[in-house]
Each structure stands twice: as structure tokens, then as C-alpha cells.
Design a protein around this ligand. Structure first.
Ligand code: PMP
Length: 363
């Protein structure tokens, strides 16, 4: 590989080498404009084409009809925690319904409460967020302005393998940490958001996919920057967008379409990667302890060892052996291997080998 270490970071994470090579050349000169990618105007014709192609690639990958707008905004997924309720919850009497499935949904809920009534219809806090709810634990109201959940809890390593909610209430989903990692019936959602820095690019840009009818009748007096309608009219170019980050996401979208061959193929690779690591954990006689009791994530493999000392030893050996980013999230500690789209099967095989070896040596 071109880097000194294999990147298992929770995000910003690994990017395809092919994309990195092209970007490194284009830091100096983008053929066509003949300028550095870091210094191309967001009002250039070239950039308008970048936005158009990226929107189109996202539509293609997700199989979206014209009923959806594709937006590229700054502010991260965190800004969407606020923009969603600012747009859809202000002035409402019936509560929006939120699922509290882990660290990140725990961040989204208080932001929504600032804008209007919220009902948490399920919380995993009592079981320490070690699983997700089953259908019979969930009762959705037909009167909610929307239902919000997170498809993959990045910190705890929990992932839904089904779509929640009811068809007569808008579904809104934070897909930041499993976006474009597998096929999904995306059109069953009214709004999906995902920041780039896990599966599709560097930090600085968030993809929002939003269905026409969700915002047709909203009238909130919002600042232009925080108003989906303004951003849609401006084609994601209301103020100066991060040209570099958007271009990097465009290159990743081309890689997903042309090199990987779409989301089915991506999912097949991602499944194999996760299987390899969970097998090492499951066959380790309790040496490696997976965090999730059920609903294990295919993106974030979260585990621990029997003691903090052993974990520190694991991390320093891993670092020396060329594996980076394996420390757990600062909120919960432990260990986490994030295996986003651009982490190769070969890299995961190497990590699995290292983990086996570490266990044998620790006996
Ligand atoms: N949602 C999820 C699922 C996340 O994993 C993260 C960050 N890792 C966030 C939201 C917050 O994203 P940002 O830092 O882009 O605001």
C-alpha cells in the first residue's frame, strides 16, 4: 500500500488508493481547468459539472427517482440533528418520534427537543446499548410529524438490517456510518443524511437526500444557510462550498460505480470483511469480547479484552505492526475496527491474522 499504515479509524477513515493517487496529482493540477483542486472557483463551469455528476452518481447508486433532491451541505451530520427539527418540528403539537439506540442518537435527541416535542419510543440505555429493538418493542404513532433513527450506531457497533417506521409517517434516517455500504430501499425514506467522512470521502461535506413532498409546505423563517429550500434552489452552492471535499466524494462515487460495480458488490465485500473479524472474535474462547449481544454492525466491529492493560498492549502492538485507528470511541473505550467501504478485504485479512497471532502470544 501507499500509506505506512492500514486505516481502521472510525472516521475520517480510509479512502480508496486510486482516489488518493488522483487527488494527490490534482492538488497541483486538474486537467481541464489547469489549476490546483484547492484553488478552483465554486462558480466555475467545471464545478457546476462536478456537482451535477455527483448528484447523478448518488441518484444512480441509490436508485432515486426525480421525486428526490440531492444536497451537499456543510456542518456535518450534527447540523442535520438541528436542521431536521428546525424544518419539521417547530410549531408542531404532536411529538416527533426518536429511537435512542446509542451515543449518536443520544446527541440527536436533545437538539430536536430545542425545536419541539419529542417522544423517545425506545431506548437502549438500560441494557447499555448492547442491542437494537425488535419490531414488537416498537409502536409508532400515525400522528408523528416524522420518525428519526440512526441506521448504524458508530460507537457501539449496532446496525439495523431492516427499515423501521410506518409508511404514512415520514422516515428520517442518519446513515452517516453505513451510507452506500449496501443496497437499501432508499425511496422508503423521506430524508436521509450522511456525512462523507466514513464511507465516501473526507470530512467537510454531508449528503442529504430529501423527497419533494417533505418540505413543500414548510414555511419556517430559517436562515438561508439552514433552509433546505434555499439550498435546493442554489444547487448546493448557496455560499462557498468545500470544493475539494465535494470533488473527492465525486471520485469515490465513480470508484463505487466503475471499479466496485455498485452497492450489491460493495455489500458482498463488506459482508466478507465483517465475517472475518467476527469469526476471530467468536472463535477466541472469550479472549476477544464483542460488545453487541445482537445486531452487530458490518461497519464498526466493537470489542474488548479482559483488562485495560491487555487492551493497551494490543493497541501498541497493532500500531507497531502497521494497524491504525483501533482504539474504541473515547466515550466507551475498548477497541473498534471500522471497516468502511475503502478498507480492503486484504487489509481486514491482515488484521484478522494479527488478532489471531496476538491471542496466541498472550496465552
Ligand atoms: N451521526 C453518526 C452516526 C456519527 O457516526 C457521527 C460522527 N461520527 C455523527 C452523527 C456526527 O457527525 P459530524 O461530526 O459530521 O457532525
Amino acid at each position: 500500500t501507499l500509506q505506512n499504515k492500514l486505516n481502521f479509524s472510525g472516521g475520517p477513515g480510509a479512502l480508496p488508493e486510486k482516489v488518493l493517487v488522483q487527488l494527490s496529482e490534482e492538488i497541483i493540477n486538474v486537467p481541464g481547468p489547469g489549476l490546483s483542486i484547492l484553488g478552483i472557483s465554486h462558480r466555475s463551469e467545471w464545478f457546476a459539472e462536478v456537482i451535477a455528476e455527483l448528484e447523478n452518481n448518488i441518484r444512480t447508486l441509490m436508485g432515486l427517482s426525480d421525486a428526490y433532491h440531492v444536497l451537499l451541505l456543510q456542518g456535518g451530520a450534527t447540523q442535520q440533528f438541528s436542521m431536521v427539527p428546525m424544518t419539521l418540528l417547530r410549531g408542531q403539537n404532536s411529538p416527533a418520534e426518536y429511537l435512542h439506540t446509542g451515543y449518536w442518537s443520544g446527541k440527536a435527541i436533545p437538539e430536536a427537543r430545542l425545536e419541539g416535542p419529542v417522544r423517545v419510543i425506545w431506548s437502549g440505555s438500560e441494557n447499555n446499548f448492547n442491542r437494537l429493538p425488535s419490531d414488537d418493542e416498537l409502536c409508532f404513532s400515525p400522528d408523528a410529524p416524522y420518525i428519526h433513527y440512526i441506521s448504524n450506531e458508530t460507537v457501539e457497533g449496532l446496525q439495523f438490517q431492516r427499515i423501521l417506521g410506518r409508511n404514512d409517517v415520514p422516515r428520517i434516517c442518519d446513515m452517516s456510518s453505513d451510507f452506500l455500504s449496501k443496497p437499501c430501499e432508499f425511496e422508503r425514506f423521506s430524508l436521509i443524511y450522511a456525512h462523507a467522512q466514513k464511507n465516501i470521502g473526507p470530512a467537510g461535506i454531508t449528503v442529504i437526500v430529501i423527497r419533494n413532498d417533505l418540505i413543500e409546505h414548510t414555511t419556517g423563517n430559517l436562515p438561508g444557510f439552514l433552509d433546505y429550500k434555499t439550498q435546493i434552489k442554489a444547487h448546493s452552492n448557496f455560499n462557498t462550498p468545500p470544493v475539494f471535499a465535494i470533488y473527492a466524494v465525486l471520485l469515490v462515487s465513480r470508484w463505487l460505480i466503475n471499479d466496485i460495480g455498485g452497492l450489491e458488490n460493495m455489500a458482498a465485500i463488506n459482508n466478507r470483511k465483517a465475517e472475518l473479524l467476527y469469526r476471530v472474535i467468536d472463535e477466541s474462547d472469550g479472549f476477544y469480547r464483542g460488545r453487541a449481544a445482537a445486531d452487530r454492525s458490518l461497519m464498526n466491529v466493537v470489542f474488548k479484552l479482559s483488562s485495560a492493560e491487555l487492551e493497551a498492549g494490543f493497541l501498541s502492538r497493532a500500531q507497531a505492526a502497521g494497524f491504525s485507528g483501533l482504539a474504541g470511541h473515547r466515550a466507551i473505550g475498548g477497541l473498534r475496527a471500522s471497516i468502511y467501504n475503502a478498507v480492503t478485504l486484504e487489509a481486514v485479512e491482515e488484521l484478522a491474522g494479527f488478532m489471531d497471532e496476538f491471542r496466541r502470544r498472550s496465552k
